[in-house]
Design a binder for this molecule. Structure first.
Ligand code: TXA
Ligand code: MG
Length: 343
């Protein structure tokens, strides 16, 4: 199969890209789509055959459930059965964070094909803030099931070119909506009802941080779990090595622990690129990439993380050394990705 990239750079190109994407999605095809977090591999969520193609082309195991992206808030009731006791807090979260990088786990509406949720009785839903994605999903008029557009276990793509590297020959079209402005996958939460406030279990850290959620309830970082009506089980998809470059990556918490092997070549994924942080002079790196040059700003580091991980992966070194970042705010999500890349 020939994979094409449709640019959405000008209004005319965008209209044509939207038209072609919708045409393919209606025909049960799968399409690479830009979102504000990472690129997704989209299928009509109500077309089980199309959703099966998503699993196939990513080589993703069927038990690892997908996120469903809504065209608008009114489409929520078509995919989820919202319990009365969380509807108030849910509406407040939706008002504040949608469209945007917050995915919420809710009881699934039986109308959604089981393949979308890997047979679970819960469903992960969000609404993307990317304007091109929004046009496509509204025009389609049906929710889009979309995992990140990478082969299973590898780094999420934050550009159309990165999707091409992952899935060329496996999908007909990638809509190029430019770079993703968040750069990390959405925050995933499960809501636990409670009085006076609910608890949010963060199953995957992301752009929406525990501080952002604080006005609405208490957050606990739970890590990879799947919520079901009967309780909580482990989320298979989040446990194994993920976001992993092909080149081994070592998260070096303490620079003093590093004993370079003279026969090996190294690249450094640096946080601020500052010598005084103690990493830059540990060895004669073949390549150094800096997440947030100078300033150490977390949004910048987040946006560049996957992009630079890909770049270093292609540098042909034996090992990538990653510097830790401060574990607060967005830094929590970045460290979660680095730890998983390192396992
Ligand atoms: O930002 C994002 O969330 C991107 C863009 C494309 O929207 N999507 C994304 O999808 O990261 P994916 O499939 O790569 O990650 C979805 C995660 C998986 O780890 C899966 O296990 C979890 O969401 N998930 C899906 N449904 C779930 C459920 N019912 N309970 C718990 N976890 C669930
Ligand atoms: Mg993924």
């Amino acid at each position: 199969m020939n994979t094409e990239i449709a640019s959405a750079g000008t209004p005319e190109q965008e209209a044509e890209a939207v038209r072609r994407a919708v045409e393919l999605l209606r025909a049960g095809e799968i399409v690479g789509l830009p979102t504000e977090t990472v690129y997704g591999l989209g299928a009509d969520a109500f077309n089980a055959d199309a959703v099966a193609r998503v699993f196939e082309s990513k080589e993703r195991p069927h038990f690892d459930p997908l996120i469903v992206h809504l065209p608008d808030v009114s489409a929520l009731k078509g995919v989820a059965d919202v319990p009365d006791d969380i509807s108030k807090v849910l509406n407040r979260l939706i008002d504040k964070f949608w469209p945007g990088p917050l995915t919420i786990i809710l009881p699934k509406n039986p109308a959604v094909p089981d393949i979308v949720t890997g047979g679970l009785d819960t469903i992960a839903v969000r609404m993307s803030a990317n304007p091109v994605f929004q046009k496509i999903v509204k025009e389609l008029g049906s929710p889009i099931a979309a995992p990140s557009a990478n082969r299973f276990g590898s780094i999420s793509p934050t550009s159309a070119n990165a999707v091409m590297k992952e899935l060329e020959g496996r999908i007909p079209l990638i809509v190029d909506g430019g770079g993703c402005w968040e750069g990390l996958e959405s925050t995933i939460i499960r809501i636990e009802k409670g009085l006076p406030k609910c608890t949010f279990h963060i199953l995957r850290s992301g752009p929406v941080t525990p501080e952002d959620l604080r006005p609405y309830g208490k957050s606990v970082v739970d890590g990879p779990h799947v919520a079901t009506e009967k309780g909580v089980i482990e989320a298979p998809g989040q446990l194994d090595s993920h976001y992993a470059p092909r080149t081994p990556l070592r998260l070096l918490e303490n620079p003093a622990d590093f004993k370079p092997d003279p026969d090996k070549t190294y690249a450094l994924l640096s946080y601020r690129g500052r010598v005084k942080d103690g990493y830059n002079r540990l060895t004669d790196y073949k390549r150094v990439a800096v997440l947030s040059p100078g300033s150490g700003k977390m949004p910048e580091a987040a946006v560049r993380l996957f992009f630079l991980m890909r770049e270093l992966d292609e540098a042909g070194v034996d090992e990538i050394i990653a510097e830790p970042v401060p574990e607060r705010g967005l830094g929590i999500a970045i460290m979660e990705r680095l730890r998983r890349a390192a396992t």
